[in-house]
Design a protein around this ligand. Structure first.
Ligand code: SAH
Ligand code: SF4
Ligand code: F3S
Length: 449
């Protein structure tokens, strides 16, 4: 062994992509620890390196390829090292074979529907010392009670449903995550209660479109119903805050708004990806709503939940997006007054309907548009943050700010970052902070005792 370290019993997972993937990595870690593996402090010291991949945009894939390229050297130095590639990218048709051809030193490729098989697959690799591939085209039933090794933190992710049925024309997620499958409410309630007893104060319910929750279950349950049950969950120790992501604006019912407005636990935070402000483009994306419907929803939420934080995802440069369409997006952004937006340049995903559309937009034009959009949104985000100056906010304290100087960092119910002076022992608690100054990406304040 070149390093002189016994690296065989340790693992390191590198995760790309969304929170769903981050949480899947927590399950992968849980399974590895159940097998007796321990976390390696550093990738270089690990006996098993897993890449949990994303393919939503080409940039995400390129990061995986470049890391795989760098791992070649490590494998040469440590032939015993096991390298595994899982997640959304591995699930794409033909990709597993391609990865194994291009990176012949990869030992294991497994798809999103094969995650729970990890112990068995690693066993096969160790036994046979030859590459193993497991990518099922479709999902089986949900496997409950998998071990989870959560990342240290004050909030916990809980998957409530898998997959997506929407097939927005630009998006690869439904192809790599399969059809919608909801977990049974009793399994979710049990997990949340357990997390509360473990001391977590906040849970984030995960699904590609949580508003479809329950449609595939036999019982009469929907997302609003699930939130109501969680609101009244006893034995949950201290779960005080509930968040969820992501909500499809098309399915955000009045009943759901009323449920959230009446709830003490569900935070006043709404992440509602709009994608575009032009009806022509929304139609081509098959989003299922118009700009008018979307803005109506935003108004309903603002009326029912005063002070709500609303954020969004927006894409520029969808095929055929003309200057006037882009201006419709800018105009919608102004009217909605978002607290924040994740902005993306449209990226062609092979196999999706939009990849075949005429009128692909030149990269330079897309860049110019996204810059204009970001400039506008930054101005609005700052204005929205200025509105809370002087107010007192509840903040779930995460710990010390990385900048040092004894500052603590946390988030308010609206998911905004708050920085203030305080003792590090407050980590994990919900405290009151008066906001003294608003910035673009954070609020600063003073602890109220
Ligand atoms: N299920 C969630 C988000 C999934 S992906 C939802 O429906 O909102 C997260 C974001 O990535 C999307 O909201 C979209 O803005 C962006 N995205 C998806 N496909 C993309 C593509 N082909 N090019 C650029 N951005 C994309
Ligand atoms: Fe993709 Fe649309 Fe499903 Fe979101 S709702 S994951 S954007 S297909
Ligand atoms: Fe990426 Fe898969 Fe999430 S494609 S965004 S990791 S669902």
């Amino acid at each position: 062994m070149a390093t002189g370290i016994d690296y065989k019993g340790t693992y390191h997972i590198v995760t790309f992509g969304c929170q769903m993937n981050e949480h899947d990595s927590e399950v992968l870690a849980g399974m590895l620890e159940d097998m007796g593996y321990e976390p390696a402090g550093d990738l270089k010291d690990a006996g098993i390196v897993l890449l949990n991949t994303c393919c939503v945009r080409e940039t995400a894939e390129n990061k995986v390829f470049s890391l795989l390229g760098r791992l070649r050297r490590l494998k040469q130095e440590k032939p015993e090292l096991i390298i595994g590639v899982g997640g959304c990218m591995a699930q794409q048709e033909g990709m597993a074979r391609w990865i194994r051809q291009a990176f012949s030193y990869v030992d294991l490729v497994f798809g999103t529907h094969n995650t729970y098989q990890l112990p068995e697959l690693i066993g096969k690799v160790v036994e046979s010392r030859s590459p193993v591939q497991a990518v099922w085209p479709g999902a089986g039933s949900i496997t409950e009670n998998l071990p989870v090794k959560r990342k240290a933190g004050v909030r916990a992710w809980v998957t409530i449903m898998y997959g997506c049925n929407n097939f927005c024309t630009y998006c690869i997620v439904p192809y790599v995550r399969g059809r919608e499958r909801s977990r049974r409410p009793e399994d979710i309630l049990d997990e949340v209660a357990k997390l509360g007893r473990e001391g977590y104060k906040e849970v984030i319910l995960l699904g590609q479109n949580v508003n479809s929750y329950g449609k595939d279950l036999a019982g009469p349950i929907d997302f609003a119903g699930l939130l109501e049950q969680l609101e009244h969950l006893e034995q949950d120790g201290g779960i005080e805050w509930i968040r969820y992501m992501t909500s499809h604006p098309r399915d955000f019912s009045d009943r759901l708004i009323e449920t959230i407005a009446a709830s003490g636990k569900v935070c006043e935070y709404f992440h509602l990806p709009v994608q575009a402000g032009s009806n022509r483009i929304l139609k081509k994306m098959t989003r299922g709503y118009t700009r008018e419907k979307y803005l109506e929803l935003v108004e309903k939420i603002k009326t029912a939940v005063p002070g709500a934080t609303i954020t969004t995802d927006i894409m520029v440069g969808f095929p055929g997006e003309e200057e006037r369409d882009f201006h419709d997006t800018l105009d919608l952004v102004r009217q909605a007054g978002f607290d924040g937006a994740y902005t993306f340049v449209y990226n062609t995903r092979p196999g999706t309907p939009a990849a075949k559309l005429a009128g692909q937009i030149p990269e330079a034009e897309k860049k110019a548009r996204i810059q204009e959009l970001i400039k506008l949104q930054n101005k609005i985000s700052l204005e929205r943050n200025l509105e809370v100056e002087g107010s007192v906010q509840q903040v779930l304290v995460e710990g010390e700010s990385k900048t040092g100087s004894g500052l603590l960092i946390g988030r308010n119910r609206g998911n905004k970052m708050v920085v203030f002076q305080g003792e590090k022992e407050l980590a994990g608690q919900i405290v009151k902070v008066q906001i003294t100054e608003a910035h673009l990406a954070r609020l600063t304040g003073k602890l109220i005792l």
